[in-house]
Design a protein. Structure first.
Length: 280
């Protein structure tokens, strides 16, 4: 299934994409696409629905973030060897873990705001993992069962805030609108090999990222198991798993976003996003 949330920001309704690519309203079935709706039992009930009997959403409806009430928004840094190289950093022996503020979460086509004082606004197309079952001290062989599904994430970053302002990476990662998620949460049964998905990103029509999750250092199941050794993962938590090469920081000379620029990005089978940069 392709689960989604649609409608005005902050008032999104739960939905599902039917076989014709139309949005069907699930608000009569579940309250939201959140942790409570993402258990295996809940997903099985949703699969059994006659989608044709559900109300249609308006054709031009806004897509919201595909997961609601996210508790933790976690990210894995430098998870592609070639991206680590372009960043001038060594390949990590263990996953680099940092957090993004949940207040950064936006819809897949919402405006990305350039923060005040920003000079190095950057892009990162990433595979998102959505947790469906509580995970604590999980072994890698069991980790996939704790994943509800996958989605597209743009890990928008402000490199000057991230690298030049002291402290951790979080300053440059958690600004408002820095976490477009969606358009859909694609359940794991429809993604047989999440470690072999093509992914891409363009800015103003020029391709900068053209990679594949096949070059990830740490694969999704390993990441879930690894993170669960340090903190309990709850249904609805989101993990962004890193980006392939081609970010602005890695260009020579470096290239960064400005107001009016347009990012378009996608991952095979998981949908596409489009954001215009505005000013905060």
């Amino acid at each position: 299934m392709k689960l989604l949330r649609f409608g005005t920001a902050g008032q999104e309704k739960p939905g599902v994409l039917d076989a014709q690519g139309r949005v069907r309203d699930l608000s009569g079935v579940v309250a939201d696409i959140d942790g409570a709706a993402l258990s295996d039992e809940s997903l099985a009930r949703l699969r059994a629905l006659d989608l044709g009997a559900l109300p249609l959403a308006p054709a031009d409806v806004r897509y919201g973030p595909c997961v609601g009430k996210v508790g933790k928004f976690l990210c894995i840094g430098l998870n592609y060897a070639d991206h680590a190289a372009e960043s001038g950093l060594p390949i990590p022996d263990e996953p680099v873990l940092f957090t993004k503020a949940i207040s950064a979460i936006t819809g897949p086509d919402d405006t990305v705001l350039k923060p005040r004082g920003s000079t190095k606004l950057d892009w990162e197309v990433e595979l998102g993992v959505v947790i469906g079952k509580t995970a604590s001290y999980v072994e890698e062989k069991d980790a996939e069962a704790h994943i509800a599904g996958y989605c597209v994430i743009n890990d928008v970053s402000e490199r000057a805030f991230q690298i030049e302002r002291g402290g951790t990476w979080d300053k440059g990662k958690g600004c408002d609108t820095f976490g477009p998620i969606g358009p859909w949460l694609v359940t794991r049964d429809e993604v047989p090999d999440p470690a072999n998905l093509k992914m891409w990103l363009t800015v103003n029509g020029k391709t900068f990222q053209n990679g594949s999750t096949a070059t990830m250092i740490f694969k999704p199941a390993f990441i879930v198991a690894y993170v669960s050794q340090f903190m309990t993962l709850h249904p609805g938590d989101v993990i962004s798993t890193g980006t392939p090469p081609g970010v602005g920081l890695g260009q020579r000379p470096e290239v960064y976003l400005d107001v009016g620029d347009v990012m378009e990005l996608g991952i095979d089978g998981l949908g596409q996003q489009r954001q215009v940069v505005g000013q905060a």
